[in-house]
Design a protein around this ligand. Structure first.
Ligand code: ARG
Length: 581
């Protein structure tokens, strides 16, 4: 069989049986899920209940017919040891240990441990996306970590991935900033190019205050936007300098996080903005409201019950966030030819993206049958007090400080635990553990819920933490080192002890967990898996002696693959593995 994952092979066997038993059914999609409880087997299928209507038969009779057909199919019985009907019509299935062993031998022999999907699709992941002249904050942290993790998983599965940093580098804010900078005493381009990010943030705050208070300034700022968007040389030069300063500051964070991303900010779409507004206008979607060009879509209303507009062009002619996203989605579909587009931002922007998607559909830009678009929303990061995470000074915590604190705390912890290490070992491991702990804490909480940021909790060595997974990985390495084996023979792997079977079955499921994340876009499914795998491994190690046992070679092979999967799993979360723990 050439299905990529075990669950797909099982699904194919069930689908085949449905087809043989009920050839009259036009839709033979079956749904197979991993059994929640091992006493119900490895996999479960609930499709019999769903076919009741179409077949006008009792669900148990349907299930029995499917099971009979499976038992007559040699490919299915080669794979499954037991197939049973339970309750109203559930089909429970147990995979044969021999099949699992064979799977491990053929599928996980390479260091890669992930099989690339045969279908190559292009996926654009729009993430991180901070705003120029503003510090990246903890809200952007989640986008960066989640977006990078999803990108890594898509890459591993064989997708062509384009990672885009849709930085906020265009619009009203720049008009204010440039107008203010130009009016400062001693203004020159020289001075501007020497600004730091902190200077820019201060200037931004000042200009915002002026904008809100001073009518004349507001006029000048608006004029500056028009000049900038019209391509005025001086304005463009200042703008470019501001962007460079900000981007250098973000790069420091990306380097620390080991995140690669291409900057393609809002300004990239400047030249196609008028065209996109015109296109929607020609298609009859634009309404003028208070002088602004708006698109009103069914089902989008605010708290007061009024229609929410997608504003494509303000009354002063300026374009904004909505316009850029309309242009971006069109460019990504038509020019980039993306098969999937994924946007990772806080859940506060959910309506914005639903409106962009709806408008793109209505305008015929987006055909959901051909291109899948997803907004991947996430919740807030909270402090110990349950309120939005802030530093003592009351400002939104600066990302770089937060990461540095995590590294320092990891260092302290490692010194306590391992007094005999060298300075280099502390340094190297603290970086891996500190950054890894921050990422793991973020990815392991369901992304839709808010989570409480706690250095103490994320650096624990027990429970669902980076340290625990790293520790389990290091253990696999040290067992192999102790026995003096780099690579164990897999060709003759046999599974006997129930703990061996349990561990081996879990190892086979790595692939399907990744496929599941590529669909649900929930990274915590991967952390849950790695946590369960680490616990299963520890259970195996408790129950099954490796060194000196007659089954040493078989068990060593399992230890080896566990190490590969844990390392790969962490790598896909964007986390490195330490040499020692
Ligand atoms: N710059 C925006 C923010 O900080 C996020 C941009 C997300 N991407 C997009 N295509 N709108 O909130």
């Amino acid at each position: 069989m050439n299905e990529v994952s075990l669950i797909k092979q099982v699904s194919a066997a069930v689908a085949g049986a449905v087809k043989t038993s009920f050839p009259e059914l036009s839709l033979q999609e079956v749904e197979v899920v991993k059994a929640k409880d091992p006493s119900f087997g490895d996999y479960q299928c609930n499709s019999a209940m769903k076919l009741v209507k179409a077949l006008k038969m009792a669900p148990r009779d349907i299930a029995n017919a499917i099971v009979r057909a499976m038992q007559e199919n040699p490919a299915a019985t080669k794979m499954l040891a037991r197939i049973e009907v339970a309750g109203p019509g559930f089909i429970n299935m147990w995979v044969r240990p021999e099949y699992i062993a064979e799977w491990l031998q053929t599928e996980l022999v390479t260091e890669e441990v992930v099989r690339k999907e045969p279908v190559k699709q292009k996926v654009i992941v729009d993430f991180s996306s901070p705003n120029i002249a503003k510090e990246m904050h903890v809200g952007h942290l989640r986008s960066t970590i989640i977006g990078d993790c999803l990108s890594r998983i898509f890459e591993a599965l064989g997708y062509q991935v384009v990672r885009l940093n849709h930085v906020g580098d265009w619009g009203t804010a720049f008009g204010m900033l440039i107008a203010h900078i130009k009016s400062l005493p001693g203004y020159s381009f020289e001075v501007v190019s020497r600004y730091t990010l902190a200077d820019l943030m201060r200037l931004y705050r000042e200009s915002k205050a002026l904008f809100d208070a001073d009518e004349a300034f507001r006029k000048r700022a608006q004029l500056e936007v028009v000049k900038l968007q019209g391509g005025d040389k001086e304005s463009l030069a200042i703008w470019k300098a501001i962007c460079d300063i900000s981007e250098r500051a973000y790069q420091e964070i990306y380097d620390l996080l080991d995140v690669v991303i291409e900057v393609r900010g809002e300004s990239f779409y400047n030249s196609i903005l008028p065209g996109i507004v015109e296109e929607l206008n020609c298609k009859g979607l634009v309404t003028i409201s208070d002088g602004a060009k708006c698109v009103f879509l069914e089902g989008f209303i605010n708290r007061e019950g009024n229609q929410l507009p997608l504003m494509l062009q303000k009354s002063d002619g300026g374009y904004n966030y909505d316009t850029t996203d309309m242009a971006a989605i069109a460019q990504r579909i038509r020019e980039e030819r993306a098969d999937r587009i994924i946007y990772v931002t806080d859940s506060g922007q959910a309506t914005h993206f639903q409106m962009i998607f709806a408008a793109a559909k209505k305008a015929g830009i987006l055909d959901p049958e051909k291109v899948r678009v997803d907004h991947v929303p996430f919740g807030l990061v909270l402090g110990a007090d349950g309120k939005k995470f802030r530093t003592r000074s009351g400002e939104t915590e600066k990302l770089i400080d937060l990461l540095r604190t995590a590294i320092t705390q990891a260092d302290t912890l490692l010194r306590e635990r391992n007094p005999e290490w060298t300075e280099d070992e502390y340094k190297e491991t603290a970086l891996i553990l500190g950054v890894g702990a921050v990422k793991y804490a973020d990815l392991s909480s369901h992304r839709m819920s808010d989570y409480v940021f706690s250095y103490e909790r994320m650096l624990r060595f027990e429970g669902n933490t980076a340290a625990f997974i790293m520790y389990s990985y290091v253990r696999t390495v040290s067992i192999q080192r102790k026995i003096g084996r780099q690579r164990s023979k897999l060709e003759t792997l046999q599974l006997e002890h129930p703990s061996e079977v349990l561990l081996a079955t879990m190892l086979c499921q790595f692939q399907e967990v990744l496929e599941e994340v590529a669909d649900s876009l929930l990274p915590n499914r991967l952390t849950d898996y790695l946590y369960a795998l680490s616990e299963t491994f520890n259970g195996f190690f408790r129950d099954c002696r490796v060194e000196g046992d007659p089954r040493q070679e078989h068990r060593l092979a399992l230890v080896h693959i566990t190490g590969l999967v844990l390392r790969k799993g962490l790598e896909l979360l964007g986390i490195k593995v330490p040499r020692k723990m």
